[in-house]
Structure formats: C-alpha cells, structure tokens
Ligand binder design. Sequence first.
Ligand SMILES: [Zn+2]
Length: 901
Amino acid sequence: MAALRFLLLVAIWFSSLAKLIAEKPFDFASTPGKLPKHVIPQEYAIRITPDLKKLTFLGSETVKLDVREAVRELVLNALVLQITSAALDDKPLPNSALKVDPKEETLKISLPEEISRGDHTLALSFTGKINQQGQGLFYARYQEHGSGAQKLMLGTQFEATDARRMFPCWDEPSFRARFQLTAVVPENFLAVSNMLVERESKVDGGKEVRFAMTPSMASYLNVFVAGELDLIEGKSGDTQIRVIATRNKAEMGRYALQATAQILQYYNDYFGVAYPLPKLDQIATPGGFGGAMENWGGITYYESVLLFDPKTSSDATRQRIYEVVAHEMAHQWFGDLVTMAWWDNLWLNEGFASWMGSKCTAHFNPQWEVWLQKDMPRDPTRRVGIPKETAMEGDALSTTHPIQQKISNEAEANSAFDDITYKKGQSFIRMLESFLGEDVFREGIRQYIAQHKYSNSTTADLWSALSNSSGKPVAEIAAGWTEQPGFPVVTVARKDGGKVALKQERFTIHYPNAPALQWKIPLTYSIVGKPAASLLMTDTTAELSDVPMERAVKLNVEGAGNYRVQYDEASWQLLLGELAKLSVPDRVNLLSDSWAFVQANRAPLFTYFELIKKLPATAELAERQQIINAFDYINRLVIGSEQRASFQNYARSILRPSFDQLGWEPRSNEPPRSATLRVDLINVLGDFNDQEIITGCRQRFQKFLADPASLAPDLRPAVFNVVSHHADEATWMKLHELGRKTTSMEEKQNYYDALTRATDPKLAKRALQIALTGELPTSRALYMVSSVARYSEHPDIAWQFAKAHMKELLAKADALGVNRYAPSLFLFFSDPIRIEELRAYAKGNLPPGNAKAVAQAIDEIEFRSEFKQQLLPQLAAWIKKKDSISAAPSPAASTDSAPDR
Ligand SMILES: [Zn+2]
C-alpha cells in the first residue's frame, strides 16, 4: 500500500463540508480539567513506607510550587488518603485548613493568608491503602516459580486518574512535573521505578531506596514495583534495558529483551529523538491488572504478555508479546515524552501507539500478516478478531462517539479506553499515512515530537505538523474522521460509457434516523489486474470514468480505508468472477463488508454465503478467520433454535476442508499463519460439534496427561478448550488441578480459560465460583465470569452469579473495569426482556459512571434480538436450499453421530 500514488484533487478540498475543526493547539491555560491553573507543581519528592502486613502505607512529600497568581487556597487531587499533616514554606497548617472531597477527588488547602506569586513549598504527610485491585498502589499474591511458595509483591497502576491514591498530586496530564521517589522495602526486595536507583541504605525494617529524579512528565506515568524479583539485562545503544520478573522467571524475558533492543533502535530512528531516559525496564507482574501500562522507563505488563517460555509458550503468545511491547514502547514517545493535553485527546496516545506498534511489528515480522490478522493489547484474552472490524462494528451503532470526545470527569476518562479510541484511531492514522506517503508522514511526526517534547499537545498540533510536512490541509480531511462519529459506505453503480457512479452515505447498524454525515474520503480503487489509483471524494457523489464495461473494479484497495463499499449487482457479479485474481486482503475486505451488510440489513445472508462458496479453495488464514468470526457470531446468536444444528452442519462443511489441508500436526517450515489458523479451526469446529475434532482433542489430551511434551504448545489452548467444552466432571476437575498447580501465568490462563467453556451447567457454575477465590489474580478472576457468559452458552447463569456477588467482584475491578463490568455481562443476551432488567439493575445498583456501558449493552441486546429475528428465516431458507446439508444427520442431537464431511 505504501507505493500507492494518490491523484489529489486539491482544488475541491477547500469546498464543501461544514467546518468541523474546532480544536486549538495546546495551551495550558485553556486545557480542560478540574484544577485551577495558577498553581503549578515543579518537583515532587515523595517517600513511601508500605506495611505489607496491614496493607497500608505511610507517605510524605514535598512539592515545589510555581505560584503564578496570588492565592488563598491550593487545590490538588487526593483519593482514599488520610492527610496527617501539612505545611507551607515550613509553616505548619492546622488540620482544619485541609478539606478532602471524596466525590471531587480533591484536597483543598485553605491558607491563613494570601501567598504571593513565585516559588513556594508544600509539605504533606499521609497514610493510604494498598489495594487488592490494580488501582493506585496494589499488591499481588502469587506462587513462586520453582519453590511454589506463596509470595506477595507490590505494583502501581495510575492511568487514568489513580496516582492520587498513592500521593496527593496535581493529577491531570498537563500538570507535568519532575518526580523523585524514595521507598522503604524489605531487604530481600528489588524495588523499581521510572529512573535508576540513586542511593540505597539500611534502615529500620528494611532498606531505603532512593530513585533519581524523572524528567518533566504527567503524574499518571509514575511507577513503583517491589518484590522478590530477578532480572536480565542488556544494552541498546546507550540505553540500559532490563526485563524484571518474579524470582526464577526472568530468563523467560529473553525474547522480550531481544524485541526491546530491536524496537528501541527502530523508534530512535523513526521519531528522530532518541529515547531520553538512561534505562528502560520491562516489568512482568503476576497480577494486579490485565494488559500493559506505558509508565515512562518502567513499563508494567501482566506476566503472560511479556514472558515467553520456549518449551511451553505458543507462537500466538510470541506474537502478542512483540506487539504489546512495540505498542507500549511507542508510548515512550507518543504519550510520555509528548502527552495529550487532556483525556479528550486520549486517541493521540492510543490510536497512535496502536498504529506505530503494528507498523513496527509488521516491519520486523512480515510473516505474521500483522495488518490482516492481529490482536490488540488492552485485552490479552482476545485471540481472534480483526481490530478494524471490531471498531467499525461499534462505530456503526447509535452508542458510538467521535474519536475525540468531551471528557468532563474521572469516570469518563476511564471509559475513554475503548475500541473507537484504539482501533478506529489506529485505522484512521493508517489511512492517513498511506494517503500522505510514508516518508512525508514520518517527517511530520518528527517535527511534531521535536516541537512538543517534554510538553503536551492536542490533535490540532499533530495535524499542523503533518500539514507542514505534506503541504496538504490535513486538519480539514481529518476533521470528519476524528470529530464526528461513524464512517461512510460508498455505493458503486455501473453506468453506460465506462462510467461508474459513486455515492457516500453514513453506514449504520440498528440506528434508524441516524443524523446524516459526510466525509472527505481518500478513496482507492483498482480495475482488477491493473495498478491502484485514488481520488479524494469530497462530495456526496463522484464518478470514475474509462472503466471498461467487462472489467471488475474493486474499491478500498486491500481494505486499508476506514469505509465500506457496496456494489450494484452488475459490479458484484464481475467481482465474483475475478475473485481468484484479487489479493487476500482484498477478498477479506469483500467478506467483511458483505457480513456487515447482512448485519445492517442492507443485504441478505445469502449474498455472504454465496461469496464464501466462490472463494478459492486455499486455506488462507485471514479469509477463514473472517468466516470463523461471523459463523461463531451466528452460532452463539441462534443458541436454542431449531436451525442451530443444521447451521453447524453447514459451517463444518465450509471450515473442515481448511483444517484437513492443514492437518493436526504442525509441519516443519509451515508459515506461522498455518499454526494460527489450525488452532482457530480446532476451537470453532469443536464448538460446532465436529466429532472427529472432539475425539482428536480428547485423545491428545489423554496423551498429554501422560507425557506433556507430546502436545505442541501451539495446540494446547485449543485442545483444552474443546475438551472442556464437552467435558464430564472428572475431565474438568483434571483441567482445574493442572491450572492450580502451574506457576506459569500463560499456562494458568490456558487452563482457566478452558474451564469457562464447559457447557454442562453444573461445571459452568463451578467455573464461576473460582472468581471468588484467591486462585487467580484479580483481573483474571473477573474474566472467569465474562468468559462463562460468552463461552459456556449460559449467559443467564453467569449473570445470576454476578448479581449475587457483585460487591466482591467489583472489589477486584480496576479503574477501567469498574464502569463496564456489570453491563458487559449482558452483551451475550438477545432477549429484549433483559433490557428492562439491566435498566432496573443499573438504576438501583450501579454508579453513574456505568451509564455509557449500560447504553451500549442495551443497544447490543436490541440489535441481537432484531438480527436474530431477521436471520432465522433466512437460515431456514438457506438450509432448505442446500439439499445435501439438510439431509445429513444432526450431530448436536447425538454425540455418537458420524463425523460430518
Ligand atoms: Zn496504549
């Protein structure tokens, strides 16, 4: 795609489209936020003494302030902290001067008299809590690898607004300051923070570790981790790089260390500003939170997205680690060195890091087909799913929002971490890069970083740098994509004389009367077999000319654009006739669009199935994955319907030949995508009751029990899943025992994920009970319930359980989870009766921060309900039409039925 040349119709850029560009370049004084802007922290010196028995800590800090206007009050953030003393410029302040407001999450300090402009020093002492969930300072209990001993370690998670739980601070991203941390920890602990240790000394009850002062940065980027840890280290240029993990696990960081060295060099070059800190630590924690966090100089990861054991880890894990590491490292520049001014521009951090991480991963690992099929970092449990598609599905609904959205409080800041921010952001940046050209785009990024380093920025600043480098009005093109919700569908109609008429309109799903919107679309197209061409579609209509009547034309080349294309019958038939000549990305794009049109009720299911039938018979990973995703969706939607068995029969007839091409055993020299596809097919065929696959998994599981080396690491998760899906009690117990015993978080995850897949209601209930125990880290414990809701086929059992134990469950949720956990459990219902139930539950039980997630869940239930009504008769008609399929025995009815082929 990088080679595509765009024919730019500059003249019409300046016409049409209402002016959307409302945003201004970064300006501290007018940046949104709660804290007054005339008192600015310059330097913090913070001292923390954790009490590992009581799970509390003692803290103190001095903050050098730049007071820019005479004031009688200081306002900063604090949450769940007890302030025990305060002084300004060494003069103690009475307790009555301190007012903590838990609702506003602020600490207000009334001063006895007005203080003048200039430098002042605030000193505070305080106590706080070490949390079970990954918010603020948290603890994680784990079994030590090798010894099996029960241990405890400390970690922090501050984004978006939880630094204020560890120390009072100006906890908004534009209040950059320098931070110097000192911590008292047991002598056998290794303590890690953003910077290197400056001094270590023995004190009562352990040792005092003083870290060097950070450069100017946002408060949410602080990090502190301490425990019985090991490390491996290396160098990349002048930067010390380390992987840190709990004892006896650091060597599993070898792969991540090598990746870090490679990625650091790539980014040093790409951004044109070398990584500015003396060291970069990659820290694996066995709990606290899922995913990863880009703290400057000390990135934290849930263990299974950083550690790789060549003996037991799968290739999917290797890919995920590379991609997550590349994403978090991109943040060291985009996010840390330059930080979004306010949370309404979170996409600047996340959309960009997602794109950059993928670009870097694809550069060094072309064999992974990164842009076609890959996972995204936030949720390490997602294995399948094409990110752009996930975002486009949500973006078509009424509950979507613009990439840039107004954020007025902490709960909204935490809710901003969603698919639109990450994936639509990434997808738009990719479209823009291919539009401006790779070199021009990079030049703009270099200018942007150079101009805003150690400072903050808005989206307007990024567009301004890209406009400079490209000479094109980037802000004007971008506005439609970042400042309004949704995206367009372009319809294609063949006309006489080699003309093709194009029209754009908003694409929606289950959203009648959606406001009409318009975009400037960087369109790409090719007359099949010829080089790609492009045009900037600035109006509602456009026209292609000189397209020979007998030739097919494909728009959105390789699916790199964030829009859909719907063809008229003549164009569609021509494309179907030339499918074999299209690239795999182009065919995947046709599949994705067709499936979306079925969901949007713009095309019958029949069209999608016909397209599948006409695909070339090779087992291409991305094509099959698209089909697997759609079939999996249908299969879950029609649970309990009479069409389900016949549908599964049909689905097997499509997918089984791909599996037979690949076989059970990994072949030497097969491309990595074969391994990925094999695993996906085993999973889905197991769900679709393919008896040969189920038997094959059971046999392999038995062999594995006797000889673990007999089962390739790549196959393990799928084999465990299928075995558990159809498990009896004894088998399920065996899986549980294996999960309990292992000290590898990746293996643990494989076993416990499998446990949630049991369809036997008794076993599903047992899987749910695990969420209340201490067997799993908090984020994984919560996921047990979501996963039962999704995979066990009993979302009702999962919800009943969650409702009865909501308080205990929410106590394990981190800042991002707490506002969406309960509503997320409704996403698998398709009965409208659940809508009222959710509304009533939310009203009586959930804080207002859940409102957005509740609305999204209601939207989804309504959609699923309607979609089901629309799909069932179409499925019935399709099945009737397929004589051979409808004549086959129903495998779901009898577990002994012959394998279907
Ligand atoms: Zn990120």
